[in-house]
Design a protein around this ligand. Structure first.
Ligand code: F0G
Length: 462
């Protein structure tokens, strides 16, 4: 079931939320986030724009060109940029709202809660490409978002929708990035935020951000799956609006990462998009965007999709090996805490994407993730551990002959290197035998000591 239906084409048709399981519909301003009749996942079913192909590409390209001056204005209010808030300027500069016809066509500028976000770089780093074994590897670095992860793409839409439904508070369960993003966008919207995270398993950068932006933060004695169950049970009873990625408005916003990639490549689709997978919201969103892009003639062929899980948290990869005969659950364990998820909520949506896009799902070990991360970090780009799963996945798929070495591959880096400083310091500490470990040296404050160290430093990077 499409996040944006490919059958709806009429401008006068209203946006609805539709249950993927029983096809029942809810009003687009209904604050429930699962089907009240059967409990199924909801999809946003909005009419597609009338414009097609080159004319729609030109519309999006014109907005991209016009975004730069608005971005400057977005830092402060100006008379022509909306009521002293800079809101419409931010919306114009956003890499999410640039594609608003495919995201949430009915939202008005006044409703939009935007930092702005998106517009993240597509990087070529020869060292990482060589490490992965594919020359034309591009890194879509979504760690360049305002709270340093891809979550901001969905959260701008979720908080816009929270405003539209008149939410009195917003809530989520999170492995850390969603909570940081919720906290920031809730602060921007002036709506109280509540987050549930697994005690002891949230990276330091993410927890610090969540506290700094002011969300009420609950450290739950349990794992992410416990947090999600609890917040799903509690949200409706407590009258708070749930903004986990089961919320279809989150998925709608996250579609923009794929649309940006296509636009950055002048609407010439890559052969592969490879991304890390946990709760499967992002896999679902990328697939929904590609579905729309094909239906609207923005591209004439779609990339294949590869979802990469951590070996200790890989129910979706296990499901793929048995052609998704059953929905698998595991008790998750991995160093990549962002994807330490055993019971992914967007399973059905993601299965559809893998089937439609001739996709593959694999898992990589924590050791492979750390090695990939060290390669990305050493290239001067950097990313958090879960993000490196995509690069580790590329290397594995090249070695297995699934990705051709001359393919054009885009790997999504979902979060910034500073998200998980604790793991970084452990990796680089003295005594770690990892090949790329770079331990700091403590020295006396003397020129002799400095000279001794400099004598031992290699002069060119290897
Ligand atoms: N990469 C990072 C950095 C993440 O934070 C997440 C998910 C994923 C990948 C996986 O994306 O869940 O859509 O398959 N983080 C969520 C959170 C669960 O709470 O921050 P997914």
């Amino acid at each position: 079931m499409a996040t944006t239906s490919s059958t709806a084409t009429h401008g006068d048709r209203r946006t609805v939320q539709r249950c993927a399981a029983c096809a029942g519909t809810l009003d687009d301003r209904d604050a429930r986030t699962s089907c009240p009749a059967c409990g199924g996942l909801l999809e946003l079913d909005a009419p597609l724009p009338i414009a097609r192909g080159a004319s729609l590409q030109a519309r999006f390209d014109d907005r991209l060109r016009a975004a730069a001056p608005s971005y400057v204005a977005g830092r402060g209010a100006t008379a022509d940029h909306g009521a002293g808030t800079g809101a419409s300027a931010s919306a114009r500069a956003s890499g999410v709202w640039r594609f608003r016809e495919l995201i949430l066509p009915d939202a008005t500028d006044a409703e939009i809660v935007s930092q702005p976000e998106g517009n993240t770089p597509l990087l070529h780093r020869p060292r990482v490409a060589a490490w992965a074994g594919v020359a034309d590897l591009l890194l879509k670095h979504d760690g360049f978002n305002p709270t340093a992860s891809f979550k901001d793409r969905g959260m701008t839409v979720a908080l816009t929708q929270a405003r539209r439904v008149g939410a009195r508070a917003v809530a989520c369960a999170s492995t850390g990035n969603t909570s940081a993003s919720l906290a920031a966008y809730a602060a921007l919207a002036g709506i109280p935020g509540l987050v549930l995270v697994p005690a002891g398993n949230v990276a330091l950068g993410k927890l610090s951000q969540t506290l700094a932006y002011g969300a009420r933060t609950l450290l739950v004695r349990g794992d992410f799956d416990d947090c999600l169950r609890l917040v799903r049970e509690g949200a409706e009873r407590l009258g708070v609006y749930l903004v986990n990625s089961i919320n279809p408005f989150r998925i709608a916003g996250q579609k923009s990462v794929a649309l940006e990639i296509l636009q950055q490549l002048a609407w010439d689709a890559p052969d592969w998009i490879v991304l890390p997978a946990g709760n499967l919201g992002n896999t679902s969103a990328v697939g929904a965007a590609l579905r729309d892009a094909l239906a609207l003639g923005l591209i004439d062929r779609a990339p294949r999709v590869a979802s990469v899980q951590a070996a200790g948290a890989a129910p979706f990869a296990a499901g793929f090996r048995e052609a998704f005969a059953t929905q698998r659950r595991v008790r998750a364990e991995t160093l990549a805490t962002a994807i330490r998820i055993g019971d992914p909520a967007s399973w059905d949506r993601a299965v559809q994407v893998i089937r439609e896009r001739d996709g593959v799902v694999i898992d990589v070990t924590d050791a492979e993730i750390l090695e990939a991360k060290a390669a990305v970090d050493a290239s001067g780009v950097g990313c958090e551990p879960a993000s490196a799963a995509s690069v580790a996945g590329v290397r594995r798929l090249v070695r297995e002959g699934v990705i051709a070495p001359d393919a054009r591959v885009v790997a999504i880096l979902t979060g910034h290197v500073l998200k998980d400083p604790g793991l970084l310091l452990d990796y680089h500490r003295a005594g770690n035998e990892a090949p790329l470990a770079n331990p700091p040296l403590e020295i006396d404050a003397t020129l002799d000591a400095l000279a001794r160290v400099l004598d031992s430093v290699p002069t060119s990077s290897s």
